[in-house]
Design a binder for this molecule. Structure first.
Ligand code: 5GP
Ligand code: ZN
Length: 112
């Protein structure tokens, strides 16, 4: 997608602090971290949001979550939170599906 900021990061058109990448998944530090560790995991494929997934994406989403667990361990996190905001009213601001890995501080529940 030409105008998508995360597709631009995938292509290297705008810089990001890349933590991990392979042919299907890219992980990079959030530009405006909400926790001491805040890494975003995205598929290379432009998918708008969680509610647009189909069963064809099941392996991809599974792979992303296994990768999240590996990167969390590499970053020394034992406890962490994974979030995917689906839709503007719950906080989605970039419409290329992504999973936030948040850790390094105590967090309350439920979220506000
Ligand atoms: P959302 O609000 O859609 O759940 O999450 C989008 C996240 O992307 C936000 O936490 C925001 O700080 C991050 N973000 C937005 N633009 C950029 C960017 O250009 N680079 C990086 N690294 N993160 C970004
Ligand atoms: Zn995109």
């Amino acid at each position: 997608m030409d105008n998508c900021i995360f597709c631009k990061i995938v292509r290297g058109d705008i810089p990001a602090k890349i933590v991990y990448r392979d042919e299907t998944v890219v992980a990079f530090h959030d530009i405006s971290p909400a926790a001491p560790i805040h890494v975003l995991f995205i598929p290379v494929e432009h998918i708008v949001k969680l509610s647009e997934l189909s069963i064809d994406h099941a392996n991809l989403i599974g792979e992303i979550h296994v990768r999240i667990a590996k990167v969390a361990a590499e970053l020394g996190l034992q406890d962490y939170r994974v979030v995917s905001n689906c839709g503007e009213s719950v906080g989605q601001s970039v419409f290329h599906i992504h999973f936030h890995l948040l850790g390094g501080r105590k967090m309350g529940w439920p979220p506000g």
